[in-house]
Design a protein around this ligand. Structure first.
Ligand SMILES: [Zn+2]
Length: 480
């Protein structure tokens, strides 16, 4: 069955048919680099990375472009506030942004164009818009003539008349109509500026995305344009106006919009203290916890972050890790079976069939507008079915084969979801842990149980779990 996706432009679910299959072009609006990236950014970065990874899994060759806005009023204002050079500010936060991406395990785009590195292309684009009568210059600024572009408002679904009340002309603007938006802004003294036919200035924010998406994806019509819901108006509406006025062709076939993130029910705001940077988060939990949290809500829906929810995600993720660890121990004959009393155990063949069924459920869910909550559900069904067998007295050698297949599938599906199940590094050196384990054993032998328990507790505080198995052996693992 072909992939279905919800297209914000047509406001309905559609069959996914890229312009040139199996190639798929995706553009997503990236960060403006003037501050630390927060978990709202992480969600947007992660969700569209998921789209990319899933389409790859489904056999598409994906070309993925995510820009970096490295010149903007916000950057200039912040640099002024900090009395620093805007270039130093930008350099610092681009470096931070890439560190965050790496720590989160989110892949870079095939191209990550920066606005300031593509200004001649923007100037050319704006000149063409003026030549076609869609833009005009006034006092060194260039504006897009919105009334000239008759389908303006198609994405946000509002008529021009409804917008009348929402916009106004600022005191320093000379535009002809309050709906018009800036393509080029003349620079004030001491502001960053580039040469143009209209004098020194800088590009507006909207023009950079139209120009860089088409340039780096090498097409007038993108397959997918993605971004946060808050960008629909005016940013994406303006991107469409610019691009379609220039080429006369549809700018993007499918528009995907991600839901926004709140913290404890509030909009994230630095001033009110409910603000979590990616860095803050990763100081407390592994990236997988945040990813699982994102995955369990559909990308288009709003999501509310609470620290309490992270504890739940942590133990859910730990269930997967326990399965992988336990299976490995069984395979190596390290840990004997726990011999519980479950009945009606699945045969090896039934187990394999069930795993395949859930794998198909996963694909069906993801095919349906990247329904990751359901896909994750299917993944956990595999874990539940496998764990039941692993811990049952009916377990036979013959079960090892389907269980190892279960692991392959879990790793495969986890990989599509961007989840990394490799064992976590312990906070202590391994020989240190071994020493503590034998010390604990000595204490137990001396019947000093309280002291022995204290060692176990202290290790647990470092997320190292001790497990006593039959035969007096103690194993350990790192908890998520
Ligand atoms: Zn954009």
């Amino acid at each position: 069955m072909p992939i279905q996706l919800y297209n914000s432009l047509t406001r309905k679910k559609e069959e996914f048919a890229p312009v040139n299959p199996p190639e798929v072009n995706i553009y997503t609006c990236g960060v403006t680099v003037y501050d630390e990236s927060h978990i709202g950014h992480a969600r947007s970065l992660f969700c569209f990375d998921l789209v990319r990874r899933y389409l790859r899994f489904r056999g598409y060759g994906v070309r993925f472009v995510r820009n970096i806005t490295d010149i903007d009023d916000k950057i200039i204002n912040r640099a002024n506030e900090l009395k620093t050079d805007w270039k130093d500010l930008v350099r610092k936060y681009i470096a931070r942004y890439y560190e965050d991406l790496e720590c989160l395990g989110i892949e870079k785009g095939d191209f990550e164009p920066r606005a300031t590195e593509n200004i001649p292309d923007m100037v050319k684009y704006i000149e063409s818009l003026i030549n076609k009568g869609f833009a005009y210059e006034v006092g060194g600024d260039v504006y897009f003539n919105v009334r000239k572009f008759s389908s303006y408002g198609q994405l946000s679904g509002q008529g021009i008349d409804a917008m009348e009340t929402g916009t106004r002309i600022e005191a320093n603007e000379q535009k002809r109509d309050h709906l018009d938006f800036a393509l080029w802004k003349s620079s004030k003294e001491n502001e960053p500026s580039w040469d143009s036919p209209w004098g020194k200035g800088r590009p507006g924010w909207h023009i950079e995305c139209s120009v860089m998406s088409q340039k780096f994806l090498k097409t007038d019509t993108l397959d997918i344009h993605a971004g946060g819901r808050d960008l629909i108006f005016p940013h994406h509406e303006n991107e469409i106006a610019q691009a379609e006025a220039l080429t006369g062709k549809p700018f993007a076939k499918y528009w995907l919009h991600g839901g926004l993130l709140t913290i404890d029910g509030q909009k994230m705001a630095k001033s009110s203290g409910n603000f979590v940077t990616i860095r803050n988060f990763l100081g407390k939990y592994p990236a997988g916890v945040l990813k699982l949290f994102f995955l369990q809500t559909h990308y288009s829906q709003p999501i509310d972050f609470t620290w309490a929810a992270m504890e739940e995600k942590r133990s859910a993720l730990d269930r997967i890790m326990i399965f992988l660890k336990t299976l490995e121990r069984r395979e190596k004959g390290i840990e004997p079976f726990t011999r519980t009393n479950l009945k009606n155990i699945l045969s090896p063949v039934e187990l394999k069939n069930i795993i395949n069924d859930f794998r198909q459920d996963f694909i069906d869910a993801m095919d349906d507008d990247f329904n990751s909550p359901q896909a994750v559900g299917a993944l956990f069904e595999i874990i539940t079915a496998s764990n039941k067998i692993l811990c049952d007295r009916g377990f036979t050698e013959a079960h090892l084969e389907p269980l190892s297949y279960a692991r392959d599938v879990v790793l495969e599906l986890g990989g599509i979801l961007g989840l990394d199940f490799s064992p976590l590094k312990p906070a202590l050196a391994e020989d240190e842990i071994d020493k503590l384990i034998s010390l604990r054993q000595d204490l137990k032998n001396q019947k000093k149980f309280d002291e022995a328990d204290r060692i176990k507790k202290e290790l647990l505080e470092k997320n190292i779990v001790l497990e006593d198995i039959k035969g007096g052996k103690t194993l350990w693992r790192v908890k998520v």
